[in-house]
Design a binder for this molecule. Structure first.
Ligand SMILES: [Zn+2]
Length: 270
């Protein structure tokens, strides 16, 4: 599933569409539209894009007339600008002839259209935690989030109620960088470990953004190009390979139904 860096890369590319107007939209996979597709299409038609932002793993298109379109890629969604692949589900035509294609092999992606006062509630954005690359996410704030929390590290990193945008890739990367076993208990973290974890979350996500995302499955940018972060992964899906720091064989365990890779030697269980 596209995580913060992958969605950010798409949003960065999509900035080229700001100021353009939707003139037509058609879809061969209409089940995940709110409101229902015919209504969605009628509202969207004729509206210009004022700005495009990322929130967690969602894309938020602010349009004319206080209309907001929210998109979630789920497992395999991505946009392509004037480019195609065999899995185009929805086609947005813009007023200068630009074609914005929405591709999605597994068809789990979701679209919501609402007004500026209700879009967060309608799409579930109102239930999300803090943006890890924002200025508001300080170490003091991170300590506040951890305060009184108990349980394992990995599920905490994946929980979008606390910190958003981290999925399986960047959770494994963050835990590795922090030198913490994914089954470390939050209540046992020392101040020093919390600081290291805070920095590791930001570092792994920033590196992902700089590398324009991680392509392990289908993820591509809006031109159809792969990201580069998969060549720099330290932990994610490296089970059976040698740890890049100490040479020990990396192990895979399942935590909360998610495959999790770590180094027994470099990642301490506390
Ligand atoms: Zn190691």
């Amino acid at each position: 599933m596209p995580e913060l860096p992958e969605v950010q890369t798409q949003v960065d590319d999509l900035q080229a569409l700001v100021g353009k107007r939707f003139v037509a939209i058609k879809s061969n996979s209409i089940k995940n539209f709110v409101p229902v597709f015919p209504q969605f299409r009628e509202i969207l038609k004729g509206l210009a894009i004022e700005r495009i932002e990322r929130r967690a793993k969602y894309l938020v298109f602010f349009l004319e007339k206080d209309v907001v379109m929210v998109v979630h890629f789920r497992m395999t969604g991505h946009f392509l600008i004037d480019a195609e692949d065999p899995y185009i589900r929805t086609v947005f035509e813009l007023d200068n002839g630009t074609i914005l294609n929405y591709s999605d092999i597994r068809k789990f992606g979701h679209f919501w259209l609402s007004d500026v006062h209700n879009y967060e509630r309608v799409s579930g954005l109102d239930k999300l935690g803090i943006e890890p690359l924002s200025e508001e996410f300080t170490f003091a704030k991170f300590k506040e989030i951890l305060k009184g929390k108990k349980g394992f590290l990995k599920p905490f990193l994946l929980n979008q109620k606390y910190i958003v945008g981290i999925g399986n890739i960047y959770a494994d990367e963050s835990a590795f960088l922090a030198g913490l076993h994914p089954l470390s208990r939050l209540e046992n973290l020392t101040l020093k470990q919390k600081k290291k974890l805070y920095e590791s979350i930001r570092e792994s996500l920033r590196k992902g953004v700089e590398n324009r995302g991680t392509t392990i499955g289908e993820y591509v940018d809006t031109t159809g190009k792969h990201g580069k972060n998969q060549y720099e992964l330290l932990a994610y899906k490296r089970d059976g390979k040698k740890c890049l720091v100490c040479g020990t064989e990396m192990k895979r365990i399942v935590v909360g139904q998610r495959g999790t890779t770590f180094c027994r030697k470099c990642q301490e269980k506390v």
